[in-house]
Design a binder for this molecule. Sequence first.
Ligand SMILES: [Zn+2]
Length: 345
Amino acid sequence: MRAATIHGPKNIQVESVPDAALRSSRDAVVAVTHACVCGSDLWAYRGTAPRRPGQRMGHEFMGTVEEVGSDVETLRPGDHVLAPFLWSDGECEFCADGMHACCRQGGIWGQPGADGGQGEAVRVPYADATLVRLPDAPEGPLVPALMALCDVMCTGHHAALAARVRPGSTVAVVGDGAVGLCGVLAARRLGAERIVMLGRHPDRVALARRFGASDIVRDRGTAAAERVRELTGGSGVPAVIEAVGTRDSLQTAIAIARSGGAVGFVGTPHGVGDRLDVRQLFDRNIALGGGLAPARAYLPDLLADVLVGELDAGPVFDLTLDLPDTPRAYAAMHERHALKALIRI
Ligand SMILES: [Zn+2]
């Protein structure tokens, strides 16, 4: 089969790899129909996150079940399924708590030894627990709406929960990538009344408004923090979503948080290290929550909203390419010509 692999910074290739195959009785093999490129894939693309030469790429996909192991009970060949970006066993103490991202048997697509989502097929461990069955073969605008659930929409939702967004909340979102934009949708879905988006890219700002942002702040750093405080009566924002993962963005998120408020951070940390201003969190009683999203826990509810047409993060996709063109998808996102790419397999 063919799959996307990485061979060094800015070197993505689509090449022949061993066919995905069952290894355990609880596995399924899924023939992938659609995959995506994630903003977090770009850390590997740029060489910031280490990868082994030839390692598979992609952790967002959906497709059709091709084969199931003898202990798989709920899935049959031919079923249409969506995968969260992590697999999980559904039965350890963390899965029981809804924290599937910390599953004892869990992992992420594309880690060494595992198939990646950007390829023709994927071996899925703990298939019953990991995969979510779809009612029909998705078509048209439902495809991008569903694909956003693999990671970015669940991650935006996780950030909104960690930021304690509730009906009537004022929320700020730091980061105008796909996750930040999904954070706007998630905050709106949870009943936020006012949503301030920090971003400056014209297309992304326009999409933020369409998703429910009421105010846009184009400044950065301390100027952004001042502007947000001005907009929100001087005391800051009770619920802040951080969706970038750099030291600057996390500092901005903490700076604009209202004393007693919460920051939900879901941008994969890069270069934050030990330089976080913990004293500020202490002095101002700011809660810092979030992390790797337990997408599997959120999928049933979010999927239900997508299927009835009440939730659609599909517009975050602004580029669709076929599997052989996957390297172009990375380049377009890296150069910020594309917000998020959908890959047809
Ligand atoms: Zn588990």
